[in-house]
Design a binder for this molecule. Structure first.
Ligand code: URA
Length: 200
């Protein structure tokens, strides 16, 4: 069994948060174990909770389209979320849930060792970009310990706000050149904190 599959088994046993009681399936994440790019969303929604897979509902279909726009299939990247259980009624994740689940995300990052981490939405961004606002830093990257961190709006935002579709599409198209090193990426100013509050 691979280290990642073993980790999924550990995650499936986690009952640290109250919301674990209400989940149908835990949603650890999925994708290539040697992926160069790791996308990190917020939390499973109804579809993800039913299937135990990340981004398989409407936002996921849009993410698939965005990936196709840079000639990638979801099996070539790794997709995870900040928290692994669906918050009831799709409410925002609580700080305690983000804190409790952080260890699983950290272990996924350690195992996959992606060259680029793409944060999807505010909650994921807040873990890696200290105190920033998504409306200001979407489409920008920072490098830390040889990993490129790149902030994007959450794909679901484009489903609710049509004007963001173009912005998200354009931000996605920057990924290949960032990864190829043909675009300079500034070094991060400071280390991320364990749990960071955000503006916006
Ligand atoms: N939104 C997310 O943030 N993650 C999912 O897996 C699905 C929708």
């Amino acid at each position: 069994m691979s280290a990642l599959s073993e980790l999924y088994e550990e995650i499936a046993l986690c009952r640290q948060c109250e919301i674990a009681k209400y989940r149908t399936k835990v949603v650890p994440g999925e994708g290539a174990e040697d992926a160069d790019i790791m996308f990190i969303g917020e939390a499973p929604g109804w579809h993800e909770d039913q299937q135990g897979r990340p981004f398989v509902g409407p936002a996921g279909l849009y993410l698939d389209e965005l990936l196709a726009s840079i000639n990638l299939g979801r099996e070539q990247v790794y997709i995870a979320n900040v928290i692994k259980c669906r918050p009831p009624t799709n409410r925002d994740p609580l700080p305690s849930e983000i804190h409790n689940c952080r260890k699983w995300l950290d272990r996924q990052i350690e195992l996959i060792r992606p060259r680029m981490i793409v944060t999807l939405g505010r909650y994921s961004m807040a873990m890696f970009f200290s105190g920033k606002s998504i409306s200001k830093i979407h489409g920008t990257a920072q490098k830390r310990d040889n990993v490129i961190y790149y902030a994007m709006y959450h794909p679901a935002a484009a489903l609710h706000q049509q004007r963001l579709r173009q912005v998200i599409g354009a931000d996605m198209l920057k990924i290949p050149s960032l990864l190829a090193g043909s675009e300079a990426v500034p070094a991060a100013e400071q280390q991320p904190q364990q749990l960071i509050m955000f503006e916006d």
